[in-house]
Design a protein around this ligand. Structure first.
Ligand code: NAD
Ligand code: UD1
Length: 362
């Protein structure tokens, strides 16, 4: 058994898939989640899939007393911090909730980590920190700017991590900037389970396909893109999960390369030395843009269901195109996305079909 990892937000969409990938890579996982946007059923299903009961602690990252108990009872190599609120519209209506949960929550966690001298941290950042990009593909050094409290909360945490890295060289802080995560585990047992009507494109399309929603509204068909609809870098959630495993192996390699010569190629490539990583932002995307209409067409083909849609006004705050340069992830982590848009649609459709009401039905 390799190192033990605390996974905050591990009951959520990306966290649950990452728990499986971590287990498969030999890590021991402890999940810490307040279930504010997830269900215990996700944890049960992950346990069934891996054939082992996941250690689960129901708690809030702002609860520093409970966090201390957790750190006192486990010896962690590091923390993957998924816990956070993510609905852009809600963040505009409730900015204090978002800053409190996402920023204060992260500070509370980092403080307890420092007390217990656990200084390896992988943070769920987002392509949202790039705002409306000046050039494409988006590189890690592209300008950052945000227009809504959700995005600002991610950016604020990135600034905090940068300052922390400067103040104390023993921190190893990776910010993974996800592009547009979609898809589900190939078993169809876990997937994205949005509350109410989905805000994001893929879950909306799949609910139209399964008959829960009548029609997709496509926000704008007059963007300067291939067909006038928005272009995004959709990435399969299991590829994304592997990105976290790669980030942890990178940290292990950097901290003690001699003891962790699992990937000597990476060590050579990055001239790994024993020491600190500091603050390291890395894009996790495929590097390919797909338009809204292209995704609708791909989903209709895979599901063999018609996807009714209508064009409506652009959504406020939306950008025309967004896709990653994934070169840094490839060079440093030896990671690259493998799965196609067809895979993303197939796995989403299987999950949607097997669980028309998400985790609630069971
Ligand atoms: P999710 O809502 O499914 O998972 C987040 C989990 O964190 C949930 O299980 C929730 O209950 C838990 N949580 C929230 N606040 C908490 C708190 N204070 N204490 C403990 N647990 C708490 O979301 P996701 O899609 O899995 O996203 C995971 C992370 O990745 C989030 O930080 C999100 O902002 C970020 N992210 C997501 C996307 C995306 O499109 N899904 C894109 C970029 C970044
Ligand atoms: C949105 C958030 C972003 C967040 C990301 C993941 C906004 C402005 N941005 O990104 O901050 O990190 O989700 O949670 O909310 N679309 C439709 N009809 C729909 C839904 C979406 O046409 O019903 C279009 C959008 O206009 C966009 C594309 O589909 O062009 C993708 O939208 P979405 O899935 O919401 O992701 P983002 O807008 O990229």
């Amino acid at each position: 058994m390799k190192n033990k990892i605390l996974v905050t937000g591990g009951a959520g969409y990306i966290g649950s898939h990452t728990c499986i990938a971590l287990h498969e890579a030999g890590y021991e996982v402890v999940v810490y989640d307040n279930l504010s946007n997830s269900s215990r059923e996700a944890i049960n299903r992950v346990s069934t899939l891996i054939g082992q009961t996941i250690v689960f602690i129901e708690g809030d990252v702002r609860d520093d007393e409970l966090l201390r108990e957790v750190f006192a009872s486990h010896e962690f190599f590091g923390v993957i911090h998924f816990a956070g609120l993510k609905a852009v519209g809600e963040s505009v209506a409730k900015p204090l909730l978002y800053y409190n949960n996402n920023v204060s929550g992260t500070i509370a966690l980092l403080e307890v980590m420092a007390e217990y001298d656990v200084k390896n941290f992988v943070f769920s950042s987002s392509a949202t920190v790039y705002g409306d990009p000046e050039t494409l593909p988006i590189h890690e050094l592209s300008k950052r700017s945000c227009t809504n409290p959700y995005g600002q909360s991610k950016l604020a945490v990135e600034y905090i991590l940068e300052d922390l890295a400067i103040s104390d060289k023993s921190w190893n802080l990776i910010a993974l900037r996800y592009f547009n995560p979609v898809g589900a585990h190939p078993s169809g047992q876990i997937g994205e389970d949005p509350n109410d009507i989905p805000n994001n494109l893929m879950p909306y399309i799949s609910q139209v396909a399964v008959g829960k929603l009548d029609k997709l509204s496509i926000f704008g068909n007059d963007y300067p893109t291939v067909d006038g609809t928005g272009v995004r870098d959709f990435i399969h959630v299991t590829d994304l999960a592997q990105g976290h495993v790669a980030a942890l192996s990178y940290l292990e390699q950097q901290i003690s390369p001699e003891e962790n010569c699992l990937n000597t190629a990476i060590a050579k490539q990055t001239s790994a030395k024993s020491g600190s990583v500091g603050f390291l932002p890395i894009n996790l995307g495929t590097g390919k843009g797909t338009s809204v209409l292209e995704l609708v067409t791909a989903f209709a083909e895979v599901s063999k269901q018609p996807i009714a849609y209508q064009f409506v006004e652009r959504r406020a705050g939306d950008i025309a195109s967004c896709y990653a340069s994934a070169d840094k992830a490839q060079a440093l982590l030896g990671w690259q996305a493998k799965l196609s848009i067809t895979d993303m649609c197939q796995d989403t459709w299987r999950w949607q079909n097997m669980n028309p009401n998400g985790y609630q039905a069971s």
